[in-house]
Design a protein around this ligand. Structure first.
Ligand code: FES
Ligand code: FES
Length: 159
């Protein structure tokens, strides 16, 4: 059975004919060519597939496509504002907080969500919050530094 699912992706209305049980991750990567969202475990365990659905972090490998009907999805491709990278993206680059990069888009989105609710997290709070995001390259020290750097940058911008 095929259903047309209409939802916004990175600010643009999209309409996709798909099996409604197909996972959002597959729709993003295969139908919309948004390959920044990664397939890691496919079981909700690693966070590589993290996106925002109506601004809340969600694991797109678990979400049926029909669940985002009428909603607004943000992927890593939609985080920058035009040419300007999001402060968390900038901080990951500046700290070199990636090796293979497979976890990076999910990690950046998770960090952006954390800083939205907690602008000045301690290292322990960063580690606890990002606990569900797995980095197989074990780059956690640099990732925590990048989140700290992004937090400082965001606090400066917001005065
Ligand atoms: S691929 Fe979705 S949590 Fe691992
Ligand atoms: S940088 Fe390779 S999995 Fe995190």
């Amino acid at each position: 059975m095929s259903l047309t699912v209409k939802f916004k992706v990175n600010g643009t209305e999209r309409s996709v004919a798909t099996d409604p049980e197909r996972r959002l991750l597959e729709v993003l990567r295969e139908d919309l060519q948004l390959t920044g969202t990664k397939y890691g475990c496919g079981e909700g365990q690693c966070g590589a597939c993290l996106v925002f659905v109506d601004k809340a972090p969600a694991r797109s490998c678990l979400l049926p496509a029909a669940a985002v009907e009428g909603k607004s999805v943000t992927t890593i491709e939609g985080l920058a504002r035009g040419e300007a990278l999001h402060p968390v993206q900038e901080a990951f680059l500046e700290e070199g907080a990636m090796q293979c990069g497979y976890c990076t888009s999910g990690m950046i989105l998770a960090a952006a969500a954390l800083l939205e609710k907690k602008p000045d997290p301690s290292d322990a709070e960063i580690a606890a919050d990002l606990n569900g995001q797995i980095c197989r390259c074990n780059g956690y020290l640099r990732i925590v530094s990048a989140v700290r750097r992004a937090a400082a940058s965001l606090r400066t911008r917001h005065g």
